[in-house]
Design a binder for this molecule. Sequence first.
Ligand code: TRP
Length: 454
Amino acid sequence: MIDNLKNRGQWATRMGFMLACAGSAIGLGNIWKFPYIAGMNGGGLFVLIYLFCIFAVGIPIMICEFAVGRSTQSSPVEAFRKLTSKNSFWQIVGWMGILSGFVILSYYSVVAGWAMHYVFLSVKNFNGATNPEVISGFFGALYSNGWVNLFWHAIFMLLTISVILGGVKKGIERAARWLMPILFGMMLLLLIRSSFMSGFSQAVSFVFSPDASKLTAAGVLEALGHSFFTLSLGMGAMLTYGSYLSHKTDLVKSSIIISIMDTAVALIACLILFPVLFTYGMSPEAGPGLVFKSMPMVFSQLPGGTIFAVIFFLLLTLAALTSAISLMEVVTSFFIDTLGWKRKTATLLPGFLIFLFGIPSALSGGALSKFTMLGGKNFFDAMDYLSSNWFLPLGGLCIALFVGYRMDLSLVKKEFKENSIFAKLFTPWFYCVRYLAPLAVAIVFLYKIGLLKF
Ligand code: TRP
């Protein structure tokens, strides 16, 4: 093991750590994905089940990741080695995390690129278009234009790399301390704007009143899968952020606050999007194109719509950036901790490789649209499907099993209870980690393989 603790960073403040974690958690998953899956699953009851998954599975696993990271002060591969042995099987969990980070960032950057492109389209007011077909046509045109996708993908990767080059304190923490307050401010502004719309009360009852008729078993499983993605769990991102943490911090309290912030943003995103949809008589079941196809259309009809459209897509870009940073840091910290590289090389080389690996995703709507895998999915969809449906839940399951059964119990207790106002919750938490979380993920897997049917 190469011991180069000096090469590693540390958070300067607890606030910085919290904002960086919130920045990782709050991303495209909250603003782009959550509203449309909530919409497709009928709202209320789905939201309730999602909240349950966050509290019963998500928060307990986040605490596990922080505990493994902080107790070893190492990135995933080294962390599992330190807690077991150099050739232990558990380090595979770390390797899988690095692979997931690599894969997720490669296509995440392409979606972030769309958000950036839409900032410019909004500034240009979509060339004055007001017709829904013309406006949704912008998305199709962008999706199939390989060069434009490549251009924004490159720009977004450069942005991410430049933050990571700055290191933990001067890069990640500083970016989070600046960007997160801006992000919260923008959300508040958009929320105030949409609360004046006539569809607001309809949106509130859609999001908060349970309606069982639209919910399916697949929807319940989707809620669980999404709780991993949205909290950045299952690939060692939170583990890595926890490894830059001192022993003064209350892990349990931090996990709860971060998760509440993440959930609040997802719900507020619904309250920003749905009123607009209801006001203009559009369906909340529009699917993945919801944000890119209908938001601009709606903005084009509102007084002052342009400025709100610009703010909305900037918000999406910033949220994506602080998440991408955490994905990149997992990869970079591996090269620093395990191979002993300098941060500069450990950022530039993998950053460039991730850019290259993202090229087929950037071209998936255009030149490579006929290239399919995994039963008809294009490269972009296949990467998204593989990582969020398989890698992350599998990683989360392994981390829960590791902390529940393999890690030294006294160390687990120490990490959980140290300076924690929630020390009394150890037993219920450990119960979730040992039984509830693994069971929930196992059910999802059995269902997906087709061994379990509802
Ligand atoms: N949580 C982010 C979102 O909601 C995405 C993300 C960032 C992520 N880092 C991650 C997902 C690590 C899984 C693992 O958009």
